[in-house]
Design a protein. Structure first.
Length: 380
């Protein structure tokens, strides 16, 4: 037989499979109606487990794993189809719908905003990109920013979430699991680290350099090229510039921004000393209440999945079945649970799409714990 002949055989089998799949989904629809009538949940864990065991027993050994994977996906699709037909509305989907209706059409130009650090910090620069006239309150730590939002001291907070070269800000992810908040917008800020010192200082005179630990890691190559220099971490890059200014010394410098150079009257000994030129930090704007502004096309989620094979696959298969793309997937170990992880997802989907609402209605059934962090747009 020729290749063409085998392909014709496959086409015939596929035609039969499509007809059988359509028939199976029709029966699933009838089951959905019966479950609704009797008040039964769509997901029947015992039934699905028994079905997969039966599939494994009936399949030839050489394709057993493939058959089980195929039927796992078929059952995921069947469940999603049933949920769509039933139009399941959960407390979360209701909150999302109300937020879409009640949130103002325009993002506010002015608001009270909490930032970590001091004037000139990158968080403040990000804040200026998000708001035209922000009333900024500075706090000494990320924890304090989260607390200020929760207590109602500020309506919003602006904090860094991840950097294109150094990765995620782990402390912020840890705080996500502790505090209740929503992301309402995000912004990407180009980060250039400059070596700043008091006027009259020379590069050869510098013995100490201050900066945030992430900025230090982003400039590791440059710092290693300097001899006899002690690098000292501090709260953030703006604090570093302020410390240099207040010291009055000409043997200390800071890795900081050009805006801090102007703000604190410093001189630039070296420009853009980060190891990679394409250095961006993503900042998120958080709020206590759920606000969804027009154009929201990004959604952030936190999930804790059952510690068993296939848990992550089941979630990812739902994204695939609904045609939802992922911008980010990251895992973080849970200190109180051995070898268990919390997953962070950023979804690329419009908040107005029916697939998004369907997914939000199904997520709680797929996870041990589930947190919806918000839907928003990002400024680039």
């Amino acid at each position: 037989m020729e290749l063409k002949d085998y392909r014709e055989q496959l086409d015939g089998i596929d035609k039969e499979m499509i007809g059988l799949f359509a028939e199976r989904m029709q029966i699933a629809a009838q089951i959905a109606g019966l479950k609704k009538e009797k008040g039964l949940p769509v997901l029947d864990v015992m039934r699905e487990r028994e079905k997969l065991l039966d599939v494994a027993e009936q399949s030839p050994e050489e394709i057993r794993e493939y058959a089980v994977s195929l039927y796992s996906l078929i059952m995921e699709l069947s469940r999603g189809f049933q949920n769509r037909l039933l139009g399941h509305n959960t407390e979360l989907t209701g909150q999302i719908s109300r937020a879409i209706e009640e949130t103002p059409r325009l993002f506010p130009e002015s608001a009270t905003v909490a930032c970590q650090g001091v004037e000139g910090a990158n968080s403040q620069l990000a804040c200026d990109k998000l708001f035209r006239l922000p009333n900024v309150f500075y706090f000494s730590s990320f924890e304090a920013v989260f607390s200020a939002i929760e207590k109602g001291l500020c309506r919003y907070g602006v904090i860094p979430l991840e950097n294109s070269t150094a990765g995620s800000v782990n402390m912020v992810y840890d705080l996500m699991t502790k505090h209740d908040f929503r992301i309402v917008r995000s912004v990407r800020l180009k980060i250039d680290h400059n070596l700043l010192a008091n006027p009259g200082a020379k590069l050869s005179d510098i013995r100490e350099i201050y900066s945030h630990e992430q900025a230090i890691s982003q400039c590791a190559g440059y710092l290693q090229s300097l001899s006899g220099v002690k690098v000292i971490p501090c709260e953030n890059t703006a604090v570093a510039a302020k410390m240099v200014k207040e010291s009055g010394r000409t043997d200390v410098a800071a890795l900081s921004s050009r805006s801090c150079m102007k703000l604190y009257g410093l001189s630039c000994l070296a420009e853009a000393v980060q190891d990679q030129g394409n250095n961006y930090t993503r900042f998120i704007c958080i709020a206590k209440n759920l606000e969804i502004y027009p154009g929201a096309d990004r959604t952030s989620l936190m999930l804790v999945l059952p510690h068993q094979p296939g848990s992550l696959y089941k979630v990812l298969s739902r994204f695939y079945a609904l045609g939802i793309n992922l911008n980010k997937l990251e895992s973080r170990p849970m200190p109180e649970r051995n070898f268990e992880f919390m997953f962070y997802f950023d979804l690329d989907t419009s908040v107005y799409s029916p697939q998004f609402i369907q997914l939000m209605g199904e997520m709680e059934t797929l996870c041990e714990e589930f947190a919806y962090l918000g839907s928003y747009s990002e400024i680039i």
